[in-house]
Write a protein that binds this ligand. Structure first.
Ligand SMILES: [Fe+2]
Ligand SMILES: [Fe+2]
Length: 391
């Protein structure tokens, strides 16, 4: 049973919220290392240097020296862990193995050509167009801007898996676009010519550009705060809310028996994204704790309100008129409801008080109702969240 807000809780012991409470595991080497204390060179490096470029040294690392950013513990040494929960994320992510080629799109091709209305095709194409651009961006953010700044390897390892998953998601959209015979040049260019899609992507690019710089120095408090804000945006807003919300129009079609192959792939993606958002939120909270950062509540509220305004424009473009069972109003109400969940996990003030669950069927619809077995040899692949508890 997967809890979408605490996706690892059923499988793993609940990890503490702060490093101060963290059970430190294996903090002492089981055996005395067979390494002699050797004098370092005459550079005055002193006792022990444990940076990644350190020469052969004698003392084992102390995991308590690890930090999320700006740490000096040897980045090439995975364990002992300081953040055992990060390793649990990695192990759980590896339970969700699939490729788009596992999904038969034959019925989707028929649905798209013969069953969808023009309005539903408009929704479907633009959802794909927005998501495929977003997932490229997500890959670049985590792989190029975030991962390199982590100074504990157990964090980087999960993020490496995340980079792969974002690439897989992009493959999924391409699989759908190819299977349906859509015009790739037109679909992939849409974010550049449709202002309502472009605006959301621009908001992401602005955050990404501010942290994807060679000269960034996270020992500078302003830079560090900006980095946390950017990662918070990507985990809480972009992955945790926009992505999550972005799949729901397709689940509305699925609910009516339409585009089921696409929707099934989106269910797998959603499972990944729930982990991405949850992990990112946890990392951000850890940085705030370790570095004693005080984020300005007004800046946070502004972030959520900007995200809401962009989502409203997007929803009105996507759904100028409702399709059967789904409207722009539903979409936006759901955005606010999910945003409150993410804000709560981030220890932010609730940005949209009073927001209610506008799509009560969504939790169940997005659930994978049974263990999937594509091939006889793959019986136990979908362990994470075979059934879901959204609370
Ligand atoms: Fe993704
Ligand atoms: Fe993601």
């Amino acid at each position: 049973m997967l809890n979408w807000d605490e996706p690892l809780s059923p499988q793993a012991p609940r990890a503490p919220e702060s490093a101060l409470e963290a059970p430190v595991i294996n903090t002492e080497p089981a055996v005395t290392p067979l390494v002699r204390e050797i004098p370092l060179d005459d550079t005055g490096a002193g006792e022990i240097s444990q940076t990644a470029s350190a020469p052969l040294t004698a003392k084992p690392i102390n995991p308590e020296d690890k930090r999320v950013v700006n740490g000096l513990a040897d980045i090439n040494q995975l364990a002992p862990f300081k953040y055992p929960w990060a390793w649990e994320y990695f192990l759980n992510a590896n339970k969700n193995h699939w490729t788009p080629l596992d999904i038969n799109m034959t019925q989707d091709v028929h649905d798209f050509q013969h069953k969808l209305t023009l309005e539903e095709r408009h929704v479907y194409e633009n959802v794909l167009s927005y998501l495929t651009t977003s997932d490229i961006l997500a890959m670049r953010n985590i792989g190029l801007a975030v991962m390199e700044k982590m100074s504990a390897p157990e964090l980087q390892i999960y993020q490496a898996r995340q980079v792969y998953e974002e690439a897989m998601h992009t493959w999924t959209y391409q699989h759908c676009i190819e299977s349906l015979g859509l015009d790739q040049g037109e679909i992939y260019n849409r974010y550049r010519v449709v202002p309502e899609i472009h605006h959301k992507i621009q908001m992401c690019n602005r955050r990404l550009d501010s942290v994807l710089r060679a000269d960034i120095d996270l020992t500078d408090r302003d830079e560090l705060e900006n980095f946390v804000l950017a990662y918070t945006f990507f985990a809480g807003v972009f992955e945790g809310t926009w992505f999550y919300n972005g799949f729901s129009p397709i689940f509305a079609l699925q609910r009516r028996g339409l585009m089921k192959g696409t929707a099934e792939q989106f269910q797998y993606i959603m499972r990944d994204e729930v982990l991405h958002a949850s992990f990112g939120i946890r990392v951000c909270k850890q940085i705030v704790l370790e570095e004693n950062i005080k984020l300005d509540p007004k800046v946070i509220q502004q972030m959520w309100e900007e995200a809401e305004a962009a989502e409203m424009q997007y929803a009105n473009y996507l759904l100028p008129d409702p399709i059967l069972g789904y409207s722009a109003e539903d979409h936006l109400a759901q955005f606010r409801f999910i945003a409150n969940r993410r804000a709560n996990k981030l220890n932010h003030a609730i940005p949209f008080p009073g927001a209610e669950n506008a799509l009560p069927w969504l939790d169940e619809q997005a659930n994978l109702k049974k263990e999937k077995n594509f091939f006889e040899t793959r019986v136990t692949e979908y362990q994470t969240g075979g059934a879901l508890n959204w609370d």
